[in-house]
Design a protein around this ligand. Structure first.
Ligand SMILES: [Mg+2]
Length: 378
């Protein structure tokens, strides 16, 4: 069987996250027999679409779609000489995800089966709080609403408004207290019942990051995520040696090669690849294996669209060294509605194994008919 066509699909209307509006790019890899697989990346679909159609499609059409490793290498070769760590790798990630989906559909098995099978019967999750309830204004009500659904771990970013005021270059004791307030209030009300991950979106310099990390220590957050920009692993090593708390790094690192440096530094206590950014399922699985050899767990980043959500659950079902999988209640309970069939909700903080075949998810017919849909095919 051969790849007959490569198609991109995107909506003009996206969703809003902390960094602003985000749109998803979907890629369909069509086989000669009429089957197709779908992958996804984000957040700049026009750029990613251009790479898929102009640079990657010529390496794909006419090839056997089941040769995923070989096609990954060929796609990487098509973009690597000019520098790959951007839309190029995100485009590869989307195609790679589509190839795994297609292979699963072809063999009529879920993707996690192709990855070696499930290593667990259910997948522990935490909620990233892009929620209708504000973690700044009503942290107790938000935590309570999650606990009512059995979700005992949540991620918040209360220092982001402070970084917006100071550029992440300075902080005062009063600003430290303000940033800590939601974490303090959740701890005061719920004790150890709710685990809280603190997210920083890479906004801080090293000095401020050390001060914030030390101030967080008395409230025992689950982890400190991406306190610094991702480009200086030595600075992260310095931060790690200045706090008792575990660091989680980083959804913005791509490929096994960038993760090699991270793991050699021993700065991270949790490794967080994003399948749609790091190079796809193929690369994320290698990163998880690489982490395992460093005695580290992974907590895959899952803050994109419905196909990333599905792919993350398949990876999380399979890799032995899963710490916890990210999910966003607002996404699976709201933003994905009308785009894909509904996803299973977590029960007592755990997702069931995801369905197949492939990723077990597809775009609904009404999405394809939306007036803001753009489809291109080569
Ligand atoms: Mg993050």
């Amino acid at each position: 069987m051969k790849i007959a066509a490569v198609e991109t699909l995107r909506l003009a209307r996206g969703i809003t996250v902390h960094a602003g509006p985000v749109q998803w790019l979907w890629v369909r890899i069509h086989a000669e027999n009429g089957l197709y697989g779908t992958g996804e990346t984000y957040p700049h679909p026009e750029s990613e679409e251009a790479v898929v159609l102009s640079r990657l499609a010529p390496r794909l059409i006419g090839q056997d779609p089941g040769r995923i490793e070989g096609l990954w290498a060929s796609m990487f070769d098509a973009v690597s000489y000019s520098g790959w760590a951007g839309a190029e790798l995100r485009a590869i990630a989307a195609v790679d995800m589509a190839l795994w989906d297609l292979l699963g559909k072809t063999l009529n098995v879920p993707v996690y089966q192709l990855l070696g099978g499930a290593t667990r019967d259910r997948i522990r999750t935490y909620n990233t709080c892009y929620d209708h309830i504000s973690f700044l204004d009503e942290p107790e009500r938000l935590a309570e609403s999650l606990l009512e659904q059995g979700i005992g771990a949540m991620k918040i970013w209360p220092f982001d408004p402070v970084a917006n005021e100071t550029g992440g270059q300075w902080i005062t004791p009063a600003l430290l207290r303000r940033g800590l307030e939601p974490l303090r209030r959740i701890r005061a009300r719920f004790g150890d019942e709710m685990q809280v991950a603190m997210e920083f979106h890479g906004y801080w310099n090293l000095r401020c990051a050390i001060e914030i990390a030390r101030a967080c220590e008395e409230y025992s957050p689950m982890w400190l995520e991406e306190m610094l920009p991702q480009d200086n692993i030595a600075a992260y090593r310095e931060l790690a040696s200045n706090t008792k708390l575990p660091l989680t790094i980083s959804e913005r690192l791509m490929t096994t090669w960038q993760h090699r440096e991270l793991m050699a530094s021993q700065a991270a206590r949790v490794v967080m690849p994003d399948i749609a950014w790091c190079g796809g399922i193929t690369e994320a699985r290698k990163i998880a294996n690489q982490a395992a050899t460093h005695m580290l767990p992974v907590a895959p980043h899952n803050c994109g669209g419905p196909f990333l959500h599905a792919a993350t659950l398949h990876l999380a079902a399979s890799v032995p060294n899963l710490y916890i999988a990210e999910s966003v209640r607002r996404h699976y309970a709201g933003d994905y509605q009308g785009i894909t069939a509904p996803f299973a909700r977590p029960s007592n903080g755990f997702f069931p194994l995801p369905p197949g075949p492939g990723l077990g998810v597809d775009l609904l017919p009404q999405v394809l008919a939306r007036p803001d849909m753009t489809r291109r095919k080569v």
